[in-house]
Design a protein around this ligand. Structure first.
Ligand code: HPA
Length: 270
């Protein structure tokens, strides 16, 4: 495993992915940030040794390197989900790669459903904490001790400092930024009425199918991390509507300029 990571990072360094400061993972429907980057290098996942391959067709599956708000960034355009059949190791391989390349901060975005019904479709939510409901851990492997503590603590998986910056940037720019708990589920099926009710009882604010393994690995690697959800649908068990993935992507796209502004301003300040 270590050997693979080494070969992956050696390859990317040879391609010019030098001294990145910040890693960014872009969620479903949230690819426009790339247009703001002065791109220096771009590699398709298919061409990176040992990198998992993207399967969901609306993810382009590229690793991008360049400058954003004056800092060197690496962007994962296309992430790996458990629901696509990837292992926990594969789902978090990009995080380990970016860490090994030297990033000092990880920023994550995702699309999520609003469980807290005072939050509305199109709102952004900074994640304050999470529930891992995915039935597994990216740290559950024999030689995890070679990468960090086996019993990693999860005291502050989401950096309070970065979240504070995000909240002040939102305030300065009149962005209504919610804050809350994200539940990571396995997917790919959406939740049943009973599951949405359960999530309400658990006092979750949003639900999605990603992010949790990435954040667990970041915490394990002592990599400061923040994550912002775009709330793309309202999950009211009393008024359950059929899922409309096109609508989820459309709402994510409409909310995206707010996310881009938040990330660009944040990067200036970290
Ligand atoms: N459930 C799970 N994942 C999601 C949802 C949802 O309602 N909306 C966007 N991603």
């Amino acid at each position: 495993m270590k050997q693979h990571l080494q070969e992956t990072t050696d390859f990317l360094r040879s391609e010019g992915f030098e001294k990145p400061e910040i890693g960014i993972v872009l969620g479903t429907g949230l690819g426009q940030l790339i247009q703001e980057i002065e791109i220096e290098k771009e590699v398709s996942y298919a061409d990176i040794p040992h990198f998992p391959q993207a399967t969901v067709e609306f993810h382009s599956g590229r690793l991008i390197y360049g400058t954003l708000s004056g800092k060197k960034v690496i962007v994962m355009s296309g992430r790996f989900h458990l629901y696509e059949g990837y292992s926990q190791w594969e789902v978090t391989y990009g995080i380990r790669t970016m860490h090994q390349l030297g990033i000092q901060t990880l920023l994550i975005s995702n699309a999520a459903g609003a469980i807290n019904l005072s939050y509305k479709k199109g709102d952004l939510m900074v994640i304050d904490d999470h529930l891992n409901l995915q039935g597994g851990s990216p740290l559950a492997f024999a030689n995890v001790g070679e990468y960090g503590e086996r019993f990693a603590d999860m005291l502050e998986p989401y950096s309070k400092k970065i979240n504070g910056l995000l909240k002040s940037i939102a305030k300065e720019n009149d962005i209504n930024l919610q804050e809350g708990i994200y539940a990571g589920v396995f997917g790919p099926q959406l939740e049943t009425r009973a599951e949405y009710r359960m999530l309400q009882i658990l006092e979750v604010d949003a639900v999605g199918m990603s992010t949790v393994p990435e954040v667990i690995v970041a915490k394990h690697l002592n990599l400061p991390c923040a994550a912002v959800s775009v709330l793309t649908d309202e999950c009211d068990p009393k008024n359950l509507a059929p899922v409309d993935i096109e609508d989820i992507i459309r709402v994510a796209g409409e909310a995206e300029p707010k996310m881009i502004l938040l990330f660009k301003e944040l990067i200036k300040k970290i």
